[in-house]
Ligand binder design. Structure first.
Ligand code: AP5
Length: 217
């Protein structure tokens, strides 16, 4: 299954991506995670991407597309993948279509996680991420047992630099301007499935997997 997950910042894409990818046995490819790993390593890509990420803006297409083209050339994507955070512009979507067509493939489905702006702000301002294993917690909705310590690995939890309320509001504007046109782009092609992403995480996972049932082997 070749799947794109789309939705505003904080919709729960990263949270759901891990369950969906594991259920369908495909690799999860998150552009945000790849950029953050590069920022942590201090690579040239990370230094370039950080300028945009901290401001809540999109990293330029040429940087992002080169990175995704490289990742999609790995052998583990032969039978499918879940893309979290890419494409984020219609231009990126057109490039993805071309990349897949070159390999004789098409995108199977685009899953949209639907959630309103106030919920996004609540979710992102309380998000805490483990520095060691990358697991994502929420200080109210899914709190770890010990303050600022990951239950899974004992690593330190931190708040992302782009999760201040001002930057979250800007990311929502960027989503509305640059990413939401994808809903029409994929809707017109009959690829879009919308899922209500409010309520407990397990309920959202169940709705998502039900929406993708026909891709089960
Ligand atoms: P990215 O990391 O992709 O950020 P995003 O799209 O803004 O999404 P988030 O990671 O903030 O949220 P999410 O939807 O994954 O939610 P999560 O599951 O964590 O990208 C970061 C930056 O990288 C971009 O701003 C841009 O600069 C750059 N970038 C990335 N891709 C790019 C591209 N293609 N082109 C250009 N630039 C690009 O959940 C959020 C919180 O809510 C967590 O605390 C979680 O525990 C909690 N939560 C989740 N589900 C629920 C629930 N059902 N109920 C209650 N709480 C919940």
């Amino acid at each position: 299954m070749r799947l794109v997950l789309v939705g505003p910042p904080g919709a729960g894409k990263g949270t759901q991506a891990q369950f969906i990818a594991s259920h369908f046995s495909v690799p999860k490819i998150s552009t945000g995670d790849i950029f953050r790993a590069n920022v942590s390593e201090g690579s040239d890509l990370g230094l370039e991407a950080r300028k945009y990420m901290d401001a809540g803006d999109l990293v330029p297409d040429e940087v992002t597309i080169a990175m995704v083209t490289d990742r999609l050339s790995y052998d583990d994507t032969g039978e499918g993948f879940l893309l979290d955070g890419f494409p984020r512009t219609v231009h990126q979507a057109e490039v993805l279509d071309g990349m897949l067509a070159d390999g004789g493939h098409v995108l199977d489905v685009v899953l949209e996680l639907v959630v309103d702006d106030d919920e996004v702000v609540r979710r992102l301002s309380g998000r805490r991420t483990c520095r060691r294993c990358g697991h994502v917690w929420h200080q109210d909705f899914d709190p770890p047992a010990r303050d600022r310590i990951c239950d899974r690995c004992g690593g330190e939890l931190f708040q992302r630099d782009d999760d201040s309320e001002k930057t979250i509001r800007h990311r929502l504007e960027v989503y509305a301007d640059q990413t939401s046109p994808l809903i029409g782009y994929y809707g017109d092609r009959g690829l879009l499935r919308g899922v209500d992403a409010t309520g407990p995480v397990e309920d959202v996972t169940e709705r998502a997997i039900n929406a993708l049932r026909r891709f089960e082997s």
